[in-house]
Design a protein around this ligand. Structure first.
Ligand code: UDP
Length: 353
């Protein structure tokens, strides 16, 4: 019988792609989500259990009903900029939420956890590319909340034998290569969807947060990693943890940085559409450059990212955006356009098409 994996945040962007990858690999994903950020339409590869992370009774009931072999934990707040203005929200959900989940795992006898972490734990890089041994000096509450969560995992591994792998993503990008699911945050704060929404005419312009950073063109440099490659790394980490103990961490990125200007330029190329951009003040809490050394994940997990090209990431995200908003002609410049029967229904998104 297929092993069940409980996926908190399984209706969200990365969580839903991981559910698809789990199902493909022969597991049975059960999504646990409160649907505040997540979407019912994104849960397609197993059941959806509605619930809050803070609700221990509900977690106990779901664990008792499904007997998961392991948990993958994605349910968290993720916007670095917002975390500077509302730190309590981040510590509450990202740290207290994890404590609640771990307590339920212990009550239910589940001892394996793959944890969604971030490059934001490192703060301003002292060297590049960044490996897992780089000092952790987060410069925003989001990164600090994830660093604390990782510390909690290490202490629970030591005290209670919980086995964990924290996967530190650099910048998640792209959408399901089959076009079935993709990114849909509300409000959207991430660069790539904002750039593509501007290309689609859904926004008037992209606001570039600062052009005086110590980078080649003055705008921030990030390492974009395809969400399907992230999903693959999670399945690998889950299997790898099966006969391991302790708390482990892996960077996930491609080792190549692109500036905000380069992303906008690439999106003009991929979409063949004009994209207006205007520079404003830098956003608080943004390091100038974040580029991964992911050789640990490559060596230990055998991870080989398939979609490392920025253009491929953008074209998958563009195709997803086009199908989601049913944009006239927006997808026609894209290769491998899938049939409209695979679209997430626009009305389920509350969007006008
Ligand atoms: N960014 C920007 N304009 C936007 C959104 C983001 O210039 O409307 C920049 C942001 O300052 C950062 C990069 O794009 O340098 C990636 O930001 P995003 O929010 O996508 O991810 P983060 O790096 O914060 O996880």
């Amino acid at each position: 019988m297929a092993q069940t994996i409980l996926v908190t945040g399984g209706a969200g962007y990365i969580g839903s792609h991981v559910c698809k990858a789990l199902a493909k690999a022969g597991f049975r994903p059960v999504a646990y989500d409160n649907l505040i950020q997540g979407h019912r339409w994104a849960v397609r590869w197993g059941p959806l259990e509605l619930g809050e992370l803070s609700d221990g009774d509900r977690l106990d009931a779901v664990i008792a009903a499904h007997r998961p072999a392991a948990v993958m934990h994605f349910a968290a707040h993720i916007a670095a900029g917002e975390s500077v203005d509302d730190p309590g929200k981040y510590y509450d959900n990202n740290v207290s939420g994890l404590l609640s989940l771990l307590a339920a795992m212990r009550r239910g006898g589940v001892d394996r956890l793959v944890f969604s972490s971030t490059a934001a734990v490192y703060g301003t890089p002292r060297y590049a590319p960044i490996d897992e041994g780089h000092p952790q000096e987060p410069i925003n509450p989001y990164g600090a909340s994830k660093m604390m969560a990782e510390r909690v995992l290490a202490d629970f591994a030591h005290a209670h034998g919980i086995r964990t792998a924290a996967l530190r993503y650099f910048n998640a990008a792209g959408a399901d290569p089959d076009g079935e699911i993709g990114e849909a945050h509300d409000p959207e704060t991430h660069l790539i969807p904002i750039v593509l929404e501007t290309a689609a005419g859904l926004r008037p312009e992209v606001v570039v947060f600062g052009d005086r950073y110590a980078t080649a063109d003055g705008t921030c440099v990030r390492d974009y990693v395809h969400v399907a490659d992230l999903a693959d790394a999670h399945v690998r980490a889950l299997r790898w943890l099966a006969d391991r103990t302790g708390a482990h961490a892996f960077n996930l990125g491609n080792g190549e940085g692109f500036s905000v200007r380069q992303v906008i330029e690439a999106a003009r190329r991929v979409t063949s559409r004009p994209i207006r951009a205007r520079v404003e003040a830098a956003r608080e809490g943004d390091p100038a450059t974040l580029v991964a050394d992911a050789s640990h994940a490559r060596a230990v997990l055998g991870w080989r990212p398939r979609y490392h090209s920025l253009d491929t990431q953008l074209s998958h995200a563009w195709r997803w955006l086009a199908s989601r908003h049913a944009l006239n002609g927006a997808g026609t410049t894209l290769a491998n356009r899938r049939s409209s029967t695979e679209r997430a229904p626009a009305d389920a998104l509350g969007l006008t098409s």
